[in-house]
Design a protein around this ligand. Structure first.
Ligand SMILES: C=C1C[C@]23C[C@H]1CC[C@H]2[C@]1(C)CCC[C@@](C)(C(=O)O)[C@H]1[C@@H]3C(=O)O
Ligand SMILES: O=C(O)CCC(=O)C(=O)O
Ligand SMILES: [Fe+2]
Length: 374
C-alpha cells in the first residue's frame, strides 16, 4: 500500500476505507488493465454509432433583442428538448479568455499530489469537495475520473467560490477562487438567458423560469478523465440523467460526451468556443413532463486525457419545484409531486446513486414517506 501523508481526518478515513492507495489520476494512469471495481456492465458499454444531430444555436440575435432570431432560437430549443434535451450554443457571451483561465486552473488542481487533493476530500452526504472515482461512495461501476465540486450562489457581493478555495486550499488557490467566482457568475447569467428561451419555447411567460432561478444555488463540477488502457471496459461517467435543472457543459476538444437517443448512443461533437446545454430532471418537473432530461454518459480513451466543466443550475434549496399552471392545464394533470431541490439533492447524495431513473425513484420515495407520515 502506498503510504501517503494524510493531513486531514477525512483523508485518513478515505484511505482507511479503501485500505489501499487513494484513487486519483496518477493511480488510474498507471493501470495497464482496468481494476475490477471500474468494470461496467456490457449493457452500459455499447459503443456510440453516430454523431448526435444537436442544433448549434447562435445566441447573438437573441442577445441583441432581435425578435425573429429569438423566435428561431426558441423553436430549435423546442425541437431538441422534445427529442433529447441537448443543444450547443455559440456567441453565448462568456468571455473566451475567462473560459481558458478556468480550464488552466482546473488543470493546476488535478495535477497536485494526491495528498493535497485529499485535503478537500468530499465529506459523506455532501456534494462539495474532491472525489477520486467516488470510491468513498461506491464499490462497483466506479467512474474513470476524479472530480471537484463546489457551490455557487450570488447574493450581492458575496464571494462564496473564492471563500471555498481560500478556506480549503489556502493562498495558492486565491486566484482560482477569483477566476471561478467570475466564471460561475457568467454561467449563471447565461443560464438565466437560456431559461428565457426555454419559457418562450414552452409558451409560458418569458420571465417565469428566470424569476424562479434568480436566487439559484448551483453546483460547479470539474471532471478530469485520465487515459484508460482498456477504454471499452470502463466509463468516465456512467449513464445518467442530470437531476439538476440546466447543465452548461464546457468540454475540451477530446470528445467523449454521448447521449442515448433513438435507442442508440450518439456522440456530441466538441465545437471550439461552443457550450453544450442540456436540461435535467428538475426542469422536467418544472415543464410538467413536456421536456425530458436525457440519458447521457462520458466515455474515456487510451490516447488523451479529457476535461469537462459542468455548471449545474439548481433552485434555492427550499424553493418548491412545481410547473406553471398553464402547463398543468396543457398536459391535463400534474406529472410530478411538489418537492424542494434540497430534498432531491439529499436523495442523490445519501439514498440513491444517480442513474437514468433517479426522478422516478425520488418521487416514489417522497410519496412513500408522505404515506408513512399520514
Ligand atoms: C445533483 C448532482 C448529483 C451529481 C452532481 C449533481 C448533478 C449531476 C450528478 C452526477 C454527475 C451524474 C452522474 C453520476 C454522479 C454520481 C457523478 O458521476 O458524479 C452524479 C453526481 C453525484 O451524485 O454526486
Ligand atoms: O464530462 C462529460 O462530458 C459529461 C459529464 C456529465 O454528464 C456530468 O458531470 O453530469
Ligand atoms: Fe450529466
Amino acid at each position: 500500500m502506498a503510504s501517503i501523508l494524510l493531513s486531514s481526518p477525512s483523508s485518513k478515513l478515505y484511505a482507511l476505507q479503501l485500505n489501499k492507495a487513494p484513487i486519483d489520476s496518477s493511480f488510474l494512469q498507471k493501470q495497464t488493465h482496468v481494476p475490477s471495481g471500474f468494470l461496467w456492465p456490457e449493457a452500459d458499454l455499447v459503443a456510440a454509432q453516430q454523431e448526435l444531430n444537436a442544433p448549434l444555436i447562435d445566441l447573438e440575435g437573441f442577445f441583441k433583442g432581435d425578435d425573429v432570431a429569438t423566435e428561431n432560437a426558441a423553436k430549435l430549443i423546442r425541437v431538441s428538448c422534445l427529442s433529447h434535451g441537448f443543444f450547443q450554443v455559440t456567441n453565448h457571451g462568456v468571455d473566451s479568455s475567462l473560459v481558458k483561465l478556468a480550464d488552466d486552473h482546473l488543470d493546476q488542481f488535478f495535477h497536485l499530489p494526491v495528498s493535497e487533493k485529499l485535503r478537500i476530500m468530499r465529506t459523506p452526504g455532501s456534494p462539495w469537495g474532491y472525489s477520486g472515482s467516488h470510491a468513498d461512495r461506491y464499490s462497483t461501476k466506479l467512474p474513470w475520473k476524479e472530480t471537484l465540486s463546489f457551490g455557487f450562489h450570488k447574493n450581492g457581493s458575496e464571494t462564496v467560490v473564492e471563500d471555498f478555495f481560500n478556506s480549503r486550499l489556502g493562498d495558492d488557490f486565491e486566484e482560482t477562487g477569483k477566476v471561478y467566482q467570475k466564471y460561475c457568475e457568467a454561467m449563471k447569467s447565461l443560464a438565466l438567458s437560456i431559461l428565457e428561451l426555454l419559457a418562450i419555447s414552452l409558451g409560458v411567460k418569458r420571465s417565469h423560469y428566470r424569476k424562479f432561478f434568480e436566487d439559484s444555488h448551483s453546483i460547479m463540477r470539474w471532471n478530469y478523465y485520465p487515459t484508460c488502457q482498456e477504454p471499452s471496459l470502463s466509463l468516465g461517467t456512467g449513464p445518467h440523467c442530470d437531476p439538476t435543472s440546466l447543465t452548461i457543459l464546457n468540454q475540451d476538444q477530446v470528445g467523449g460526451l454521448e447521449v442515448f437517443v433513438d435507442n442508440k448512443w450518439q456522440t456530441v461533437r466538441p465545437i471550439q468556443g461552443a457550450l453544450v446545454i442540456n436540461i435535467g430532471d428538475t426542469f422536467t418537473a418544472l415543464s410538467n413532463g413536456l421536456y425530458k432530461s436525457c440519458l447521457h454518459r462520458a466515455s474515456v480513451n487510451a490516447v488523451k486525457d479529457r476535461r469537462s466543466l459542468a455548471f449545474f443550475l439548481c433552485p434555492r434549496d427550499d424553493k418548491v419545484v412545481k410547473p406553471p399552471e398553464e402547463l398543468v392545464t396543457q398536459v391535463g394533470t400534474r406529472k410530478y409531486p411538489d418537492f424542494t431541490w434540497s430534498e432531491f439533492l439529499k436523495f442523490t447524495q445519501s439514498h440513491y446513486r444517480v442513474d437514468e431513473s433517479t426522478l422516478q425513484h425520488f418521487c416514489n420515495f417522497i410519496l412513500s414517506e408522505s404515506k408513512s407520515v399520514n
